[in-house]
Structures are given as C-alpha cells and as structure tokens.
Design a protein. Structure first.
Length: 390
C-alpha cells in the first residue's frame, strides 16, 4: 500500500425529502445568490424545481438559471453559465441532476476565474486555481460526480470528450433523496449500474498488494450494485434498492475504493472517445461495450485479478485463474444483457470504418497511452480493443 493523504470533503445529506433542506443549507453557508444548473424539463414536471425555488425564496436567496444541459454536454454550456455567473455576481452554484449537469457546474465553477477557453482544463493546458462553491441535488445514481474530483466535458466541434481532475471541483455538499430516482427509466438505471461498477473496477484492476482492503471494498461495492440494481429494475420504487444505488454511486467515485493505490483509468477514456464521436451513446452503455473489449484484450496479463472478480461477483468455482477469468468476462456480458445494456459497438451505430478515428480520439492522435494496468494501451492497442468491441 502506498502512502496517501485522503480527504473527501463533500457533505452528503441523505434520505427522505432531504431536498427540502436546500434553503437552510445554502443560507447556513452564507450563500445569497446562486446559479441553478439543470437539464431538461423533468424537474419542472415532477415539481422538484418549484420546491427548490420556494425554499430559496423562503430563505431570501436570489437565483438565476441555466437549463437544457444535455448528456455528453458541450463546452458551450460552460461558456453560457460562466457568463451568467459573472453578470449576476453569483456566490455559489447549485446543480440539480446527474453527472452531465454536475460536470457543467464544476466546469463553470473553475472557469469563472479563467479568461480563456474552459475546455483548456480538459485538455490539461491549464490547472484550476480557484473555484466558486458548488452544491448538488442528485437525481440519478450513476456518474458519481456528486463526490468526485473529476469533470468530463465534450467539445462537439472536435469530437473530443475528456476529463480533468482537481480537488477544487469536489462539490461542497450533495443532497441525496432516493425517491428522486424513482422515475429514472430502466435504460438509464441500467447505464447507471454499469457506470457505478466501473468506477470501482477501474481502481480494482490497478496494481495492489494481495491483501489490500481497497480491492475487497471495490468488489463488495460492485456486488451490492448488482443486487440493488436488479431490485431497482424489478421495482423502480423500492426505496432500499434505490438508496443503495445512490450511496454506491457516491462511494464508488470518491476515491475510497482506490485508497492506498496508484491507479489510472482505462475503460473510461476508451468510452469517452466513443461518446465523443457519437454523442447519442449513453456513457454507461459505452462503458459496458468497452469493458468487454478491453478485458478480452488484457486478461492474460493479469489472470488472477480477473479470476478474483469472477469468483466474487459470479460465484465461479474454478481453480484455474485463466479459465475463471474467461468465464467471468462472459458472465459480465450476460449480466449486461440481463439489464438491457448493449455489448457491441455495432449496436450503437459504430462500424469498422470508424475504428481508426476512435483510436485517434482515445490516444490524442497517437500522442498518449491509456491506462497502466495490466498494460498501457498505445494507439495500435486501442484500435485492437475497439475491434474486439465490434
């Protein structure tokens, strides 16, 4: 286990009707003028937005709105939000939604103190130096952005979808009421299940000691997600299952399941190229596809690691690690199919002719490698992985 300094500063306010506390929470921090960031019309139709606005009015908090945030959000939303926050002299941001909405708010919070292109952070040209505080009301269990230091944005003009990490973009607080996820569609619930699991699996597959606690936590969390996910799909208003998914979302991407380890994501960057290339691809769906191709390409480099996952998540009782690893990969494909996720690129409209472009996007036109364990992937490797995803 490596030395580490672990801080997870995001305050989680969890449970029934916790969103009713938003006015007192914001006023407790001293905020008086917030920019609310949200997506489509669902929070208007279900009354959540009006409930929030009423709470703000009751606490004397002024507010402004940036709405219409789409999945795989383009940097243009960040530019719009930055302009509003500057003009109105906002002292905080409030994201109401899931990963896309939260990431736009995160990008606004740091780009407010940068005069250049906000996508420069994602391209690693500059490092954030200051931020506007950000709070979250979570409405979908998936991305884990409510507690992570990650921010992923797209540039639709270049088809580049890329993230950056900074402690500055961790939200100050996250309000999590599982009942707000009851109306999430089966497909989006399944995509969330896949994404939550992968946040811990990415950390798990990096090098660790044989007895590293983080690896056991990662697999236990994945197992919990699978059980709670199936229950949520069978009964969308199962409070206990929805609560488990929501908490798993936050714990899977706050760094806990990788504590004491060096790690580098690999499946996520592979997927970012896919949904950057085709913005209609749901992130979790792309994750399912990319994991299967990647695991088939690299499992022989770390059969014991893949075998341990197979035994824990799928009760595969085979002594030979390589055989157990293969069976685990096949079992994961069956699980993805059982929850309605695609398992091939062709299912999301990507064909063989697109693979070189995907490899260019994932590798920065061959200028960088992706991942580190059990092997780094160069541009040639990446295209080979995508070929296995077809």
């Amino acid at each position: 286990m490596i030395d580490f300094d672990f801080v997870m500063p995001t305050r989680i306010i969890f449970g029934h009707q916790s969103e009713d506390k938003i006015g007192t929470i914001l006023s407790g921090y001293g905020f008086k003028n917030v920019l609310i960031v949200y997506g489509g019309g669902s929070i208007k139709r279900n009354g959540l937005l009006q409930k929030v606005l009423t709470c703000l009015d009751q606490n004397g908090i002024a507010y402004h709105e940036l709405s219409g945030i789409t999945p795989n959000p383009d940097k243009s939303f960040v530019i719009q939000g930055r302009a509003i926050a500057k003009k109105e002299n906002c002292d905080a941001l409030l994201a109401i939604g899931g990963g896309s909405v939260i990431d736009v708010a995160k990008a606004i919070s740091v780009s407010l103190y940068y005069e250049g292109d906000p996508f420069d952070f994602n391209l690693k040209k500059v490092t954030p130096s200051k931020r506007l505080p950000l709070g979250v009301i979570l409405t979908i269990a998936a991305a884990g952005s409510e507690s992570s230091d990650s921010c992923v944005i797209s540039n639709n003009d270049t088809q580049i979808k890329q993230g950056f990490n900074s402690v500055l973009v961790r939200p100050l607080f996250a309000i999590e009421d599982p009942e707000l996820t009851y109306s999430v569609s089966p497909y989006q619930t399944a995509a969330g299940i896949t994404d939550i699991m992968m946040h811990s699996m990415e950390r798990y597959f990096n090098e660790s000691d044989d007895d590293q606690l983080a690896d056991d936590w990662a697999l236990d969390l994945c197992h919990n997600v699978m059980v709670a996910g199936l229950k949520s799909l069978q009964n969308p208003t199962d409070y206990g299952a929805r609560a488990a998914l929501m908490l798993d979302s936050s714990l899977s991407h706050d760094g806990l399941t990788g504590i004491g380890k060096k790690f580098s994501f690999v499946v996520h960057p592979l997927e970012h190229a896919v949904s950057g290339f085709n913005k209609d691809v749901t992130h979790g769906a792309g994750i399912a596809i990319c994991y299967l191709g990647w695991s088939r390409y690299v499992y022989e480099k770390a059969p014991a690691k893949f075998a341990k996952l197979a035994r824990k998540l799928f009760n595969i009782n085979v002594e030979d690690d390589k055989k157990a690893a293969i069976m685990g990969i096949n079992a994961m494909k069956d699980f993805y199919l059982s929850i309605g996720m695609p398992t091939s690129l062709r299912e999301v409209g990507i064909i063989e002719l697109d693979l070189p472009r995907l490899a260019d996007l994932a590798s920065g036109n061959g200028t960088r490698v992706v991942g580190c364990c059990p092997q780094s992937l160069n541009k040639q490797d990446i295209e080979a992985v995508y070929r296995l995803c077809l």
